[in-house]
Design a binder for this molecule. Structure first.
Ligand code: KIV
Ligand code: NA
Length: 275
């Protein structure tokens, strides 16, 4: 089944949970496509996971397009959401539309995601008018790390909770198709989910959301330096990779790799003539 803006809305209506995973490359995209994840997010988290930047502030349009296009080549039925990087939409409505268009034309995204609530309503409206579906992202918005002064759960006080509800309603009214809730108390995320007609996708927002998203290296256990509370490691792929790398080093070292079956043949006659 092909995942579209319509099937996502239908999933919310049917109480059928929406799955989303981040992905940044072709071969991983193919694996996710094969098992039927609904949506893939080419997140600007690629700055951290793929490029080793300290935060997502440094991520460029070129970074996003490069990875989004790679992922898109691995997909058939999965809906591709691509993050708009820092300063590609905050600067003006014009920039927002131009850059959303680039993520679609050059990155082959089906939907773009941007951070913010009430303050980015003009951008969401303009992008949607250009026939580009938008996923909003509220709560903990990592592009605002410097304004927040660190990563922490959002919406815990009454005033902050009210602001979050206002943001959620505003992005829906502006025409967003979907909204990510990051690091929001579970009960508040459930309330917001019940209030909205569009699906909510939670990360650190409890299971009352219409869907969930995780960064794939986090859920595979490929990064263990820092594991946020909201992550579940569904596998220990980091250990599997390290074991395989170690086995390779040892096999090369002791000459047990490559074996004859891994090599190409040449007639002995030809070899003999060479000496
Ligand atoms: O960039 C990202 O991976 C994200 C998700 C964590 C929602 O924005
Ligand atoms: Na992001």
């Amino acid at each position: 089944m092909k995942n579209t803006v319509n099937t996502l809305l239908q999933q919310k209506k049917d109480g059928n949970k929406i799955t989303m995973l981040t992905c940044y490359d072709y071969s991983t995209a193919k694996l996710m496509e094969e098992v039927g994840v609904n949506t893939i997010l080419v997140g600007d988290s690629l700055g951290n996971t793929m490029l080793g930047y300290e935060d997502t502030i440094q991520v460029t349009m070129e970074d996003m397009i490069h990875h989004s296009a790679a992922v898109s080549r691995g997909l058939k039925n999965t809906l591709l959401v691509c993050d708009m990087p820092f300063m590609s939409y905050q600067t003006s409505v014009y920039d927002a539309v131009v850059n959303a268009g680039r993520l679609m034309k050059e990155g082959h995204a089906n939907m773009v995601k941007l951070e913010g609530g009430v303050e980015v309503v003009p951008q969401i409206e303009a992008i949607v008018k250009a026939s580009i579906p938008v996923c909003a992202h509220i709560g903990l918005t990592p592009q605002s790390i410097n304004a927040f002064g660190g990563f922490k759960v959002q919406g815990k006080t009454e005033a902050a909770a009210r602001k979050l509800i206002e943001d959620a309603k505003a992005v829906q009214a502006a025409g967003a198709t979907m909204v990510v809730l990051e690091a929001v108390p579970a009960k508040l995320a459930t309330k917001i989910t019940e209030m909205l007609d569009i699906p909510t996708i939670g990360i650190g927002a409890g299971n009352g959301c219409d869907g969930q998203v995780l960064v794939y290296q986090d859920m595979l256990g490929m990064f263990t330096d820092y594991v946020p509370k909201f992550v579940r490691q569904f596998a220990n792929v980091g250990e599997v990779m390290k074991q395989a790398f170690t086995d390779y080093i040892n096999a090369v070292g002791d000459g047990s790799f490559p074996k004859e079956e891994n090599t190409y043949k040449i007639d002995d006659e030809i070899i003999d003539k060479l000496y």
